[in-house]
Design a protein around this ligand. Structure first.
Ligand SMILES: Nc1nc2c(ncn2[C@@H]2O[C@H](COP(=O)(O)OP(=O)(O)OP(=O)(O)O)[C@@H](O)[C@H]2O)c(=O)[nH]1
Ligand SMILES: [Mg+2]
Length: 363
């Protein structure tokens, strides 16, 4: 299961945003927690196509795509150098596949800000620097281990060279995700779980008085996000957490007041799914309609393997129709067959987001 770790300074609203995303009801309090065991919850990825298929097939069971959100303790200055909750916290960050970075814009006088003022771009940089320090620490450890060897093997020599390049990059206060590493390099660095290599979303956590789209306080964070190529999602943390408990029509009114088209929950989860580079394919039938998760670029054989190893082993062909073609052909498999809209694809076929797939196999 793919994990989105929620990070940010203490009291930035991480647990609040976690509750918005998951409706899990984690504890939210006006003083910094200090606990290290994270809250975790699975959330279904909202997908209108999936809902339509479930409505159409009326199966006994529906299984939407899901991701896990992990709500972490606040990251303070110097955590990357092992201070405070530093190390144990950063190990939770390292096990996340993507980072949801919560930045405080709300100015609640009852909740002290650890830096004593609201300055979103500064807050982002503090946390970013901690992540950079953590990766630098990991690299230094590894390099000194390799230095201690009498003789390095050729793979160790290339590892050493690559790590030195990463180190030089990080020393200029830049995250590894901007380094343009090749897929091969990323793969060989996989074991280090570098935190600055993880895709990130910025969540601007706003207060109900900050509905103005062009809020001046938000402008520096926005330009920073654009410059770094990090998607930014506006969330009205406390309001949307309370909103999640309302009836649908009251929710709609609420969202209207806040000028929102979709609840923060949906925007956040969809964005997370997208930056993780994930796509969904569907299997349908009377027993179950299910959305499966693949990474962009994965093949029909990977799709078969996701369903069951037997299907990958005995793979013959994948019968594929895109959701859109399915809808365009009377929303029925028979209709698609008649019109020739069903394709038969081989092992190497790259699955597209929204494909409806049936694997033909023989074991
Ligand atoms: N006014 C306002 N207050 C908020 C908002 N989001 C969070 N708060 C308040 O800020 C306090 C801290 O919120 P949490 O969600 O617990 O923050 P956190 O980042 O998880 O805190 P730690 O885990 O202790 O670092 C709580 O009292 C919240 O009610 C918001 O959007 N507006
Ligand atoms: Mg918290």
């Amino acid at each position: 299961m793919l994990k989105c770790g929620i990070i940010g300074l203490p009291l930035s609203g991480k647990s609040t945003v976690f509750n918005v995303a998951t409706r899990a009801g984690a504890e939210v309090k006006p003083y910094a927690g200090g606990r290290t065991d994270p809250n975790r919850a699975m959330v279904n990825v909202p997908d209108e196509r999936f809902d339509n298929l479930a409505g159409l097939f009326e199966p006994k069971k529906v299984t939407p795509a899901a991701v896990e959100f992990v709500d972490l303790a606040g990251l303070s200055r110097n955590a990357g150098r092992g201070e405070g909750l530093g190390n144990s916290f950063l190990s939770f960050v390292a096990e996340s596949d993507a980072l949801v970075h919560v930045i405080r814009l709300f100015g609640n006088p009852e909740v002290p800000h650890p830096e004593n003022s609201i300055d979103p771009a500064r807050d982002w940089s503090i946390v970013e620097m901690e992540l950079i320090f953590r990766d630098l620490g990991v690299i230094e450890n590894r390099l000194s281990r390799l230095d201690a060897k009498k003789k390095m093997t050729p793979p160790e020599q290339s590892e050493y060279a690559l790590l030195e390049k990463c180190q030089a990059w990080l020393l200029e206060e830049r995250p590894l995700r901007d380094m343009g590493l090749s897929a091969d390099d990323k793969k060989s660095l996989g074991g280090f779980a570098f935190v600055t290599l993880k895709p990130e979303i910025i969540v601007a956590n706003l207060d109900e008085s900050q509905t103005d789209e062009d809020l001046p306080l938000l402008a520096p964070l926005r330009s920073l996000a654009v410059e770094k190529g990090i998607p930014l999602v506006r969330v009205f943390g406390r309001m949307e957490m309370e909103m999640a408990e309302l009836e649908a029509d009251e929710q709609a009114e609420f969202m209207n007041d806040l000028g929102l088209k979709a609840p923060g929950r949906e925007r956040l989860i969809s964005k997370a799914y997208e930056i993780l580079g994930l796509i969904s394919f569907f299997t349908t039938g009377k027993d179950e309609v299910k959305a499966w998760t693949l990474r962009k670029g994965q093949t029909a054989l990977d799709a078969a393997g996701a369903i069951h190893s037997d299907l990958a082993r005995g793979f013959i062909r994948a019968q594929v129709v895109s959701y859109d073609d399915f809808q365009a052909n009377g929303a029925s498999m028979a209709g698609c067959r008649e019109k020739g809209a069903l394709r038969l694809e081989g092992k190497e076929y790259k699955v597209a987001d929204g494909d409806m797939i049936e694997i033909r196999f023989n074991v």
